[in-house]
Design a protein. Structure first.
Ligand code: SF4
Length: 461
């Protein structure tokens, strides 16, 4: 017999316990187990006035943001609606059935005001990371680093050529993103670099065509992860260029060492991190093994001798060519010592013109010049250390482990839907990247340590 629904929606009194209506294996139960916001109030206390109307509970704000970033709810308006309607979200936010959910504009104002000024998002990220460490998910033996491009909330239509932006001056009325950009410009003070386009809505975003398609404005999110369980140990927003990505990695390694007293034995990265200066910093300053491909443009493909065909003699400070003759950087002493280091941080070693003139191998060595030149990086010893590591089986293992950080970026974009930023300015990008990394660590912890924790069956867009 076909049945009829008999419920009565006008009933006034219910016996209802929210706890009973959240599945035991819901991912939020796992996340809740490892999210400790006990000291958040204390951290924020000096940023709140002691008089006036009470604000939204900061713990409620953070719990709502954790839901938003864990389940890919990118709109604040949508997040407030979802928390209002979804029982599991209400339970996680510690709201009763009849408790009010903050209005999206109040939510937004609080999020961008006190939370940013107080560094609450970094505090949250670090407290979650600390929990990952105490649960044994971080070993500290090997770290991997990489960067991924995320589109900024900026359009080509609202941009001007870089030279025009150089004439901007400080103004109190300028939007926050513009003031941030001008401050950063003053700090770096590099008049030689003029970008092609500058966005008028988010000037700190980089105009880039690095992905191969049409160019757009973007930031990079830089991750430093521990290789044991893929926990993100630090995250940093940067401009989209190799130098900024390398600087971000250095800053992250220093910060993790300073805050948690952890320095890895090896760092795994791609060619972007294989510059001579970076390798020198890793090997000589930090004593970290670089499991990184070496940027090497010395191999020749035209059949003439490459630099690897010349023998380096450290004690004599010279190369020996395949014919056994010396290549030196100073053939004769000068009264005034000369600066031997070029602008590219190299020293030029030259063969003797007399040796080369009589050489039977000249056609295979320097067919178009009278003598042979070799540029040696001042950081060549560090590059040699990396080259030796590149030949070991451990390096092959590191290469496959590098995929862990790439998988985190794929998860960030496809599952957490962070393929485009909603907040502007460098600090907006930093806030979003910190919250997304916090959500990824919480999800990882919940899934590793409570295997019953499942993805919510319906993941809102
Ligand atoms: S050309 Fe000069 S540098 Fe090259 S192998 Fe001959 S002697 Fe050595």
């Amino acid at each position: 017999m076909m049945g009829f629904q008999t419920s009565n929606q006008e009933r006034l009194f219910y016996s209802f316990n929210l706890e009973d209506h959240v599945p035991k294996n819901h991912l939020l139960r796992g996340i809740d187990q490892y999210l400790d916001l006990g000291d958040l109030r204390q951290h924020l206390s000096e940023f709140y006035s002691h008089t006036g109307r009470p604000s939204i509970d900061p713990e409620l704000m953070i719990r709502m943001l954790v839901i938003g970033y864990s389940f890919g709810i990118r709109s604040e308006r949508r997040l407030c609606e979802e928390v209002h309607l979804n029982l599991a979200y209400r339970w996680f936010c510690k709201l009763g059935l009849e408790d009010a959910v903050p209005d999206h504009s109040t939510f937004s104002k609080n999020r961008h005001g006190r939370f940013r000024e107080s560094g609450a998002f970094r505090h949250l990220f670090e407290s979650v990371l600390q929990r990952c460490m105490s649960e044994g998910l971080v070993r500290g033996e090997g770290f991997a680093t990489d960067a991924s491009i995320i589109k900024a909330d900026a359009q080509r239509m609202q941009s001007i050529p870089g030279e025009e932006a150089m004439n901007w001056t400080h103004s109190e009325d300028a939007p926050r993103a513009v003031r941030e950009y001008l401050d950063a410009l003053e700090e770096t003070n590099d008049p030689s670099f003029i970008p092609k386009f500058v966005s008028t809505t988010d000037p700190s975003a980089t105009w880039t065509g690095a992905t191969g398609g049409p160019a757009f404005f973007a930031y990079c999110t830089n991750y430093l992860i521990d290789l044991k369980a893929g926990i993100i140990v630090d995250v940093e927003a940067s401009a989209v260029n190799k130098a900024a990505e390398v600087d971000a990695t250095r800053a992250m390694i220093d910060r993790v060492e300073e805050k948690f007293d952890i320095k890895p034995e090896r760092l795994v990265g791609d060619t972007n991190y294989g510059s001579a200066a970076m390798l020198n910093w890793l090997v000589d300053e930090k004593q970290i093994e670089p499991h990184v491909p070496v940027c090497d443009k010395s191999e020749r493909k035209d059949g003439t001798f490459s630099r690897s065909d010349f023998q380096w003699d450290e004690q004599a400070d010279e190369y020996r060519c395949p014919e056994g003759h010396a290549l030196r950087s100073n053939w004769r002493p000068f009264k005034k010592p000369r600066k031997r280091i070029t602008n590219e941080d190299t020293i030029i070693y030259r063969s003797s013109q007399l040796d080369c003139a009589a050489c039977p191998k000249k056609d295979r060595c320097c067919p178009n010049t009278e003598f042979r030149k070799i540029a040696r990086s001042i950081h060549e010893n560090a590059r040699d250390v990396a080259r030796q590591i590149n030949l070991t089986p451990e390096y092959q293992q590191s290469r496959s482990e590098r995929k862990k950080v790439e998988m985190l970026f794929a998860h960030l974009k496809r599952i957490l839907k962070l393929d485009k930023l909603r907040l502007r300015g460098h600090s907006g990008a930093q806030d979003e990247f910190l919250l997304a990394a916090t959500a990824q660590n919480l999800r990882r912890m919940a899934k590793w340590l409570t295997p019953a924790a499942q993805e919510a069956s319906v993941v809102p867009a």
